[in-house]
Design a protein around this ligand. Sequence first.
Ligand code: NAP
Length: 277
Amino acid sequence: VGPAPGGQAATTDKMENFPGFPEGIAGQALASLIQEQAEGFGARLIYDEVAAVDFSQRPFKITTYDREYRAKAVIIATGAKPRRLGVPGEDRFIGRGVSFCATCDGFFYRDKTVVVVGGGDSALDESQFLAKFAQKIYIVHRRDKLRATKHLQERAFANPKIEFIFNSVVEEVVGEEKVEGVRLRRVDTGEITLLPTDGVFVYIGLDPNTRLFEGQIALDNQKYIITDKRQCTNIPGVFAAGDVQDPNFRQVVIAAGTGAAAAIAAEHYLSEQEGVR
Ligand code: NAP
């Protein structure tokens, strides 16, 4: 499961659209419940990081930093990671004002000013969370239209702490020891301004965690794993579920659904291999 269970879901403050929780549920709490349920059915969780896989031999070989595992079937659910802006100052100030996780770091910005970059669901959802702490939130978006769903837009527009800066991109994160501001460029006029801020939260989409599988499994042009309707990859016995194979929805309920489908498909595959069915 990597170093901690729950993945991106565990970093979500409140999940309002997972079925069965009409009041919403904290991502971490949901992850713990799912873990408890899986362990109740006999799943064993191993906290380790995979360094390499070899799907050319059978049983498949999965190597972690201190062990090697063999498996007759594998379900890949390595998820996706936040995309970076790729501008000067971004990497340098990670942990010193640049963050990709409001749930993890929002608390440090009590009564401070923060910039959120992006115009999708994540940017607006996480801005609402940040508004619990920060005194001012600027959402910087590169277009004049938001990608986020209507209800998130309405909530953001209604929040007096949130102000939008449209048609603008962050060109540089500036500061001495920590973030002190961002250099913005208007995409329509080219005008450059310096916006003072204590923090920058980047929410510009996700990239799938597929580096381990490059050259071994078929990936699409955005590097998502290609799966069929039964969650099978191009290698019999290797399945994939969740955001690592989903460039479209990236919702926990859909990830859970594809996880269930992959588990059923893997079970069928193993039964067929052993001639039980
Ligand atoms: P997203 O929907 O891909 O949106 C990314 C945003 O960042 C877009 O507005 C995009 O601008 C902007 N962007 C991309 N690259 C950029 C760059 N280099 N510089 C500046 N801006 C850039 O990603 P997301 O918001 O993380 O959402 C991911 C998925 O999770 C979506 O399917 C979303 O529905 C889901 N999600 C749902 C919820 C919820 O249901 N409450 C919450 C969070 C996430 P353009 O609009 O111009 O492309």
